[in-house]
Design a protein around this ligand. Structure first.
Ligand code: NAP
Length: 278
């Protein structure tokens, strides 16, 4: 198994695959990260040179979105044509457009898991258990390669899903990319409190509710920027809908229409479980 990018996702994947007694080869841009990954048991061998992966059967590219296609381009001279390349990027249609012409034996995937941490120190065992893993095939995706990646994902304890890249990007805009920007806006809005003493108290009072609602907005800014760039259209579509919805809440509260407000909150209370325990 090969992994490029030994951060949260790549590092966690290394820990899982090695626990299955698979030989894991890891590539980072930094010698220091290679040493840490070896020390932490994330990889069996590590290098800053992509040539290390020449004998891998399956290579997971676990870098930020903008780096996926350039890495595949640099990888290909080292690989035999049967090598399977897959990625874990959070947006699928643009990645497929960029990578498919470079390497036909490519399978686009997205493990729907994460924490607010980043880098090799964030890697953790068990990150993938009971989480969705979405494979987004296109007409050219080789079936054998897709099934091989799906088997690996299943071995991590993931629930497998298949859908088109466009459907994936629209669906994740609602449940992953919109929440990221809603959460970032929440943090930013709170920071707008002009009374320093009140702000300080609010920061001290913040507890589990604020931890839940601010977690994704307080994550890795590089990933957030990449998501906005790569899934711009779907993200904007969901943000406009959210802004409209927020305006409706404001309107209801301004009018003191408590019956209507209660009704809307009853709907959200009843429907939430469909997202979390479908
Ligand atoms: P991360 O912890 O920052 O790890 C990414 C790693 O990629 C970094 O540790 C870095 O390793 C390497 N890297 C960074 N920039 C690079 C570049 N320009 N060229 C080559 N390598 C580079 O991020 P992550 O959370 O694991 O995310 C990795 C991928 O998983 C992203 O595509 C993201 O969309 C996707 N994803 C993230 C989450 C999440 O919640 N975090 C969930 C699902 C999928 P070195 O510095 O050691 O080279």
């Amino acid at each position: 198994m090969g992994i490029v990018g030994l951060g949260l996702i790549g590092g966690s994947l290394g820990l899982e695959l090695r626990s299955q007694r698979l030989r894991v080869l890891g590539v980072s841009r930094q010698e220091e990260v290679c040493e840490i990954a070896l020390r932490r048991g994330i990889v069996d061998a590590a290098s800053v040179n992509l040539a290390l992966l020449r004998d891998a059967d399956v290579i997971f590219v676990c870098t930020p979105l903008h780096a996926i296609a350039p890495i595949v381009e640099k990888l290909t001279p080292h690989l035999a044509p049967e090598t399977i390349i897959t990625d874990v990027g959070s947006v699928k249609a643009p990645v497929l457009r960029e990578v498919m012409p470079l390497w036909p034996n490519f399978v686009a995937g997205h493990p729907m898991t994460g924490t607010a941490q980043q880098g090799v120190h964030a890697a953790q065992f068990g990150l993938f258990v009971n989480t969705p893993y979405v494979i987004t095939p296109v007409a050219e995706t080789p079936t054998a390669a897709m099934e091989a990646v799906e088997e690996i994902a299943r071995s991590l304890g993931c629930q497998l899903y298949r859908c088109s890249p466009e459907t994936h990007d629209r669906a994740v805009a609602w449940i992953s990319h919109l929440p990221l920007f809603v959460s970032a806006a929440l943090l930013d809005t709170c920071l707008g409190e002009t009374d320093a003493a009140v702000l300080q108290l609010a920061q001290k009072f913040a507890s589990s509710g604020f931890r839940d609602t601010s977690r994704v907005g307080g994550g890795n800014p590089v990933l957030g920027e990449a998501i906005a760039q790569y899934n711009r259209e779907e993200l904007l579509r969901s943000l406009y809908a959210y802004r409209h919805n927020l305006d409706q809440f404001i309107d209801t509260i301004e009018k003191q229409d408590w019956e209507h407000l209660k009704h809307r909150l009853q709907v959200t209370e009843a429907e939430r479980s469909k997202f979390l325990d479908p």
